[in-house]
Write a protein that binds this ligand. Structure first.
Ligand code: ADP
Ligand code: ZN
Length: 214
């Protein structure tokens, strides 16, 4: 089973992808994570993308399609979850070609629908455990008072350089200009399935499970 999680920054794509990895042995392909890895490893490509990412812009199609192509050559396990990819129509076309070449199909595109107002609140104040990736939020889910991750006991927490109000504005603009047309694109292909991204995490998960079992 191969699926795309589609939605604006802060919609909860990464959170739901983690659940699917745990429960269905799927492989999460997050271009955001791949790009953050590239920049922290200090490669030439990493340096180029760092500046674009911090400002909230989109990295070139060529770079992200190249990253995805590499990962698709590896293990398949329970299938792929595309998280944060595709983000442009060119990326969507490239993905269709890549999957066709592998003899694989796209089974569903799950759109996590979240009101614009909620996104800013969710993202500004967000941090993650440096060890296990558990997501925290200053207001809604603070890091435990003992400074230890509730999930793994880790004591290092990271904040993304682009999780500030200024970069977020650009990220939202990029989303509405370049990524949201994909909703119509996949609707027309009959692949689009909608989920209420504002519901509680467990309810969002339930809705996704229902889609995947059909
Ligand atoms: P979010 O969905 O919360 O904005 P991501 O981790 O998916 O976060 O992406 C972070 C940044 O990485 C984006 O703002 C963009 O600069 C870059 N990026 C990630 N995926 C893509 C992609 N498919 N195409 C272009 N740029 C991307
Ligand atoms: Zn942790």
């Amino acid at each position: 089973m191969n699926i795309i999680l589609l939605g604006p920054p802060g919609a909860g794509k990464g959170t739901q992808a983690r659940v699917l990895v745990d429960e269905r042995d799927m492989i999460q392909l997050s271009t955001g994570d791949m790009l953050r890895e590239a920049r922290s490893s200090g490669t030439e490509m990493g340096k180029v993308v760092a500046e674009v990412m911090d400002k909230g812009g989109l990295v070139t199609d060529e770079i992200v399609i190249g990253l995805i192509r590499e990962k698709l050559e590896g293990e398949k396990k329970g299938g792929f979850i595309f998280d944060g990819f595709p983000r442009t129509l060119a990326q969507a076309d490239a993905l269709a070609d890549l999957l066709a070449d592998m003899g694989e199909a796209l089974d569903a595109v799950v759109e996590l629908q979240v009101e614009e107002e909620a996104l800013v609140a969710r993202i500004v104040g967000r941090s993650t455990c440096g060890n296990c990736g558990e997501v925290y939020h200053d207001v809604t889910k603070p890091i435990p008072a003992d400074g230890k991750c509730a999930n793994c006991g880790g004591t290092e927490f990271k904040r993304r350089a682009d999780d500030n109000e200024e970069s977020l504005k650009t990220r939202l603009m990029e989303y509405y200009k370049k990524t949201s047309p994909l909703i119509g694109y996949y609707y027309a292909k009959d692949d689009l399935r909608r989920v209420d991204g504002l519901a509680e995490m467990s309810e969002v998960k339930r809705q996704i499970d229902e889609i995947l079992s059909n």
